[in-house]
Design a protein around this ligand. Structure first.
Ligand SMILES: NC(=O)c1ccc[n+]([C@@H]2O[C@H](COP(=O)([O-])OP(=O)(O)OC[C@H]3O[C@@H](n4cnc5c(N)ncnc54)[C@H](O)[C@@H]3O)[C@@H](O)[C@H]2O)c1
Length: 249
């Protein structure tokens, strides 16, 4: 399959986990992939892998909490590849802790990176995406549908992303833009060992969010992202795809 042969895809969070797997998957389908992350060091490897599997990669460092940096990132992508067909927002963080003692500055940080970061990137990319009649794939989570404890800020950010994505699909649908989310369950990436799990955590309720089908790697989410970003999904918008091994079933 070469579904991305003439396409340019900008991926945030591309240095690790799901974003990295998506860069490699879309590269393997012939895409030009603009790989974006706040963590500069691993990006060269990701770009090399995208090139190796048949795509064309480029690296760019950006902190998605910085609105000007988000605008500059889209400008750099246009400068490098001349167009933008898909924005894949995977940059994110998680911080756990008991809700009654969760530090307000940590709440702000999680909302800033996850929710505001998605918004700033969507806003910056919208003019080029509308021109290309392109699409957005955002990172929701199974936590939107089946709650995990000790993750109030993360859950709120993911619920916000889901709602914002559906809203974008309606606001821009008539102009040819699609907006969807992937909603991963627990996936084996660095994020799967989050900071802040309380020492007295109740694992009975934590285990409610474990996949029935066993652990999975980020490639299962990359496959869903590639589908949503491709023309195969041309009639799919305002949707989410749960990839969670029946956690929410
Ligand atoms: N892994 C899971 O189980 C899981 C489940 C549900 C949803 N998700 C979501 O999927 C997305 C990818 O998660 P992952 O598991 O690959 O995590 P990950 O930690 O492997 O990768 C996240 C990437 O985001 C980058 N990032 C963090 N803050 C940033 C910032 N301010 N600006 C730019 N980049 C930044 C990190 O450097 C990292 O490369 C996240 O949005 C996450 O919330 C993951």
């Amino acid at each position: 399959m070469k579904r991305f042969a003439s396409k340019v895809v900008l991926i945030t969070g591309a240095a690790s986990g799901i974003g990295r797997a998506a860069a490699e998957r879309i590269g393997s389908e012939g895409g030009r992939v603009f790989c974006v992350d706040v963590n500069a060091e691993p990006l060269a490897d990701v770009v090399a892998k995208v090139d190796e599997v048949g795509g064309e990669g480029a690296a760019h460092v950006c902190d998605v909490t910085d609105v000007d940096a988000c605008r500059a990132t889209v400008a750099a992508c246009l400068e490098r590849f001349g167009r933008l067909d898909s924005l894949v927002n995977m940059a994110g963080i998680i911080q756990m802790g008991h809700t009654e003692t969760f530090p307000p500055e940590m709440w702000k940080k999680v909302i800033d990176v996850n929710l505001s970061g998605h918004f700033y990137m969507c806003q910056a990319a919208l003019p080029s995406l509308l021109e290309a009649k392109g699409n957005i794939v955002n990172a929701a989570s199974s936590i939107c549908f089946r709650a995990t404890p000790y993750a109030a800020a993360y859950a709120a950010s993911k619920g916000g992303i889901l709602a914002m994505t559906r809203m974008l699909s309606v606001e821009y649908g008539k102009r040819g833009l699609r907006a969807n989310c992937v909603a991963p369950g627990s996936i084996k990436t660095p994020m799967a060992a989050p900071a802040g799990i309380p020492e007295d955590a109740d694992y009975d309720i934590i285990m409610r969010s474990m996949a029935l089908t066993g652990p999975s790697g980020p490639e299962v989410i990359a496959a869903a992202i590639a589908y949503l970003a491709s023309d195969d999904a041309h009639h799919v918008t305002g949707e989410h795809i749960l990839v969670d091994g029946a956690t929410c079933a």
